[in-house]
Every structure is written in C-alpha cells, then in structure tokens.
Design a protein around this ligand. Structure first.
Ligand code: SME
Length: 197
C-alpha cells in the first residue's frame, strides 16, 4: 500500500516536472524568429536554443529527436526533416518530423547516399533534376543533406526537404553544419551508428 502511494506520488511529481520542462520548451519554440532573409541571425538563435535543448543530456537518439523537432518547427518552408544513421554499410531512418519515409538508403544512392559517400553537404535546388533522387514525399521540390562526421567516422546524415524549389542556399548549409557540429559535440552515438565506414 505504502509502495503504491509512493509510486503514485512519484508519478504525479514526474508529470509536474515534465509539464514544466515542456512548457519552457514550448515558450522557447514560440519565441519569434527573426523575419526576412537574415538566415545567419536565425541560425545564431537556433544554436542558442539547441544549447538549451541539449544541456545535461548525451543520449544520441534523444538529442537527435529534439534537434530535428527544433529545426523543423523553427525553419520555414520545410515538409520533412530527419536523420539517417549509418548502420552496417547503409543509411537507416532515424528520428524525423514529417510524413513516413524510406527506411534504408544505400551509400551513393539518392541525395542522402550521395552526401554520405562524398562526406560533404549537398544542396539540391530541384529534386526532379537530381539523378537518382529518392522521392519519399511527393511534396518535396528542393533538398539539403548534411553529413554527420566525427573525426574520420561517418555516422549518418541530416536531411531537410522543402516544397519550395531552390529553398536552400549556402547560408542554410553553413547554419545546419554548425547545428550538426553542436549536436555531435553534445551526444554519444555509439549505439546509433554502427559502421566505421
Ligand atoms: N530524398 C532523399 C530520400 C530521403 S527523403 O527525402 C526523406 C534522397 O534522395 O536521398
């Protein structure tokens, strides 16, 4: 009986704590982002918000999930944003926001596999003009993929899709690369990415 009361108290306590954390995250996400074409300013603000979201947590999956939620809701004109992790020689779907997506992508295939194989950010202004583009969401018209690289090891990619053609530019590339670097610095990926390619 005592144990039951204790656990019900702990559950209520956990829920209140969770509500408080959730509310402060919502307040943070609802904060106005700079308007207009000031992309470096938007990314500077996102880096600050990401630091708060990642503080005190090193779990790679949890941190990727929150990172992609932050990006998806903060950046305009996205219809999909998510991670693929390199597992046993292929990219496997990880945390994402948007419609259901292709689960496995071989290295060198599609925009994701190309960015992973080249180990560099790939910006695609028109996905229909990219040979081998893998269409997961028919709304996607442009795409950017940033590789996750720690030391010499490729861990996966971050993929963003937009319904607007030519949505991504060099500012997005630099801004997203900085967010990815911040995420990698703050997280452990040992159980997520299992290849040393
Ligand atoms: N378009 C990607 C596939 C992943 S989805 O966009 C979620 C590609 O060509 O690799």
């Amino acid at each position: 009986m005592f144990l039951k009361q204790c656990s019900s108290f702990l559950l209520r306590f956990d829920q209140r704590l969770c509500d408080r954390v959730h509310k402060s995250e919502l307040d943070m996400l609802a904060a106005p982002t700079p308007s207009g074409p000031d992309k470096p300013g938007i990314f500077a603000e996102l880096r600050q918000q990401l630091a708060g979201v990642l503080a005190g947590e090193r779990d790679g999956l949890a941190n990727c999930a929150n990172t992609v939620a932050l990006i998806y809701h903060a950046l305009p004109e996205l219809n999909w944003a998510g991670f693929y992790f390199l597992r046993d020689g292929e990219l496997v779907l990880g945390a994402f926001q948007g419609k259901v997506a292709c689960v496995r992508i071989p290295l060198g295939r599609g925009v994701c596999g190309t960015a992973a194989a080249r180990r560099e950010t790939v910006v695609v202004p028109d996905v229909h003009a990219f040979p081998g583009h893998i269409a997961c969401d028919a709304d996607s018209r442009s795409e950017i993929v940033v590789p996750l690289i720690r030391g010499a090891t490729l861990l996966g990619v971050l993929d963003l899709d937009s319904p607007r053609p030519d949505r991504f530019d060099a500012d997005d590339a630099r801004g997203l690369e900085a967010l990815v670097a911040q995420l990698l610095e703050a997280s452990d990926f040992a159980r997520l990415a299992t290849s040393t390619w």
